[in-house]
Design a protein around this ligand. Structure first.
Ligand SMILES: Cc1ncc(COP(=O)(O)O)c(C=O)c1O
Length: 452
């Protein structure tokens, strides 16, 4: 297995070296000279390349942003790109929306007031409780990962059981208990046998029943995971999961970090399947770090202080803490973002859906015109995944497309594309034309991926 990986890694190095010599790569690097120089400075200074940014800065063409506005991202050389990444899918109404910018400006002048209460955290919690079916209480956090960590603690404390179950291949942030089956995240972490990894099939229900005595919670996204979209995750599957966990007194945790408020205003499945806890992030912060775990009082109250520390200790409460939890600047941004989306939801969600389907079809048409083993998969919420078909070679076609689309004025990170309402029809036409030209250039440069 390791040898296999090593051989693939060598092949990838060789492909990367070849790709660096391609005329298109050279053209992009020449256009982004300041960006490239700054990236080298960063490396020389010892700044670590974050694992979640290889798509942004490596392996071929770096991207260090100067600023972003609407659907555009600007690099250090002043090049304008249409952004297909949108801040890790956080900005569905575009970058720097004026409502968010104004809210942040207003609040920053009043001081950050960290560590004491503020009215905006109360207002945001009230807002989430009002709009999310399972939410009777809310605890704010600053990242999806930290919200999930809170959720696991709440499940364990409220049930008095040690184990958590998750579905294979699903990403739920980088808490050690939730990455046991994800090779790229689990290295360097202490091994844990507190996690049960479930298959994305009905056999999962048998496993849950078998381990019920030790299972505190089951974590799942309310939609097929982006890493591994499976047809078996349909509504019936979620309903059965709800039934089984409720019967066994296991806390059902929906990870809504990616999906929440993206497909509709509120929780993804609305009142069709109501979990015990749900974790939100991304969109609820409007680009600033806000996340939340919300849920039923019977579970959430395990994290609520009585105001008497001794009573909390003897009552087996868990501490859900964090310096920046509920900070006023981020809460102001999140509230402004959510309120705008709420007021314009009838235009926003149909637009994202319709345009994602349109772009997905365009990409597929261009790929088949150029006989490339590339296809798109449209996800709910304005997202379009571009992938190789079937897995081609160590260099995922999306890596090459990053470079070729950059050449065409689009910033594509390799991760699923996020359309926002700031991507107007003319921008979408330009994106489609960019894909077409990028694919033609891949063929012309002799760099087109081939099916394995
Ligand atoms: C489904 C899901 N859960 C959790 C997370 C982790 O969120 P964060 O990166 O804010 O910690 C992510 C991040 O992309 C995610 O997609």
């Amino acid at each position: 297995m390791v040898q296999d990986l090593e051989a693939k890694a060598r092949e990838l190095d060789a492909q990367t070296a070849r790709a660096k010599d391609l005329p298109t790569t050279k053209r992009v690097l020449a256009k982004q000279q300041k960006t490239v120089a700054e990236n080298l400075r960063r490396q020389a200074a010892g700044s670590i390349m974050f694992f979640d940014k290889p798509a942004v800065a490596a392996p071929l063409v770096p991207m260090i942003a100067d600023r972003a506005s609407g659907c555009n991202l600007y690099d250090l050389d002043g090049n304008e790109f249409i952004d297909l990444h949108m801040g890790y899918w956080t900005q569905i109404i575009g970058h720097a929306p004026s409502v968010v910018v104004e809210a942040v400006k207003r609040e920053i002048e009043r001081g950050t007031t960290i560590g004491v209460g503020n009215t905006l955290e109360i207002e945001l919690a009230e807002f989430l409780i009002e709009h999310i079916e399972c939410a009777e209480m809310c605890c704010l956090a600053i990242s999806g990962t930290s919200a999930l960590m809170h959720a696991l603690k709440l499940a364990r404390a409220s049930r008095g059981r040690p184990k958590i179950a998750k579905f294979a291949n699903a990403f739920h942030g980088h808490d050690a208990d939730l990455v046991v089956d994800l090779p790229e995240f689990r290295h360097g972490l202490a091994a844990t046998d507190d996690t049960l990894v479930l298959p994305g099939t009905p056999e999962a229900f048998d496993l849950i029943r078998k381990h019920a005595d030790e299972l505190a919670g089951v974590v799942i996204e309310p939609a097929p995971p982006v890493r591994d979209p499976r047809p078996s995750y349909d509504l019936a599957f979620y309903k059965e999961l709800r039934r089984v966990t409720a019967d066994l007194g296991i806390v059902l945790i929906f990870d809504e970090v990616l999906r929440g408020f993206r497909c509709r205003f509120g929780a993804t499945l609305g009142d069709q399947v109501v979990p015990d806890l749900a974790c939100f992030g991304k969109i609820i912060g409007g680009g600033l770090p806000v996340a939340a775990v919300v849920g039923r009082r019977s579970v959430m109250s395990a994290g609520a202080t009585s105001g008497n520390a001794l009573r909390d200790l003897s009552g087996g409460k868990v501490a859900l803490v964090g310096t920046y939890n509920g900070n006023r600047i981020a809460c102001a941004a999140g509230l402004a973002h959510l309120k705008y989306i709420k007021d314009h939801q009838d235009e926003i969600y149909p637009y994202l859906r319709e345009k994602a389907h349109w772009l997905g079809k365009e990409i597929n048409a261009h790929a088949s015109e150029h006989k490339l083993p590339i296809e798109s998969l449209v996800l709910e919420g304005g997202m379009v995944m571009v992938k190789g078909r079937p897995p081609t070679s160590p260099m995922h076609p999306a890596v090459l497309l990053q470079t070729y689309l950059r050449d065409q004025g689009c910033f594509f990170s390799g991760a699923p594309i996020q359309i926002s309402t700031a991507h107007r029809p003319s921008d979408l036409e330009r994106i489609s034309a960019a894909f077409k030209a990028a694919m033609a250039n891949l063929v012309a440069d002799g760099a087109a991926p081939t099916a394995a």
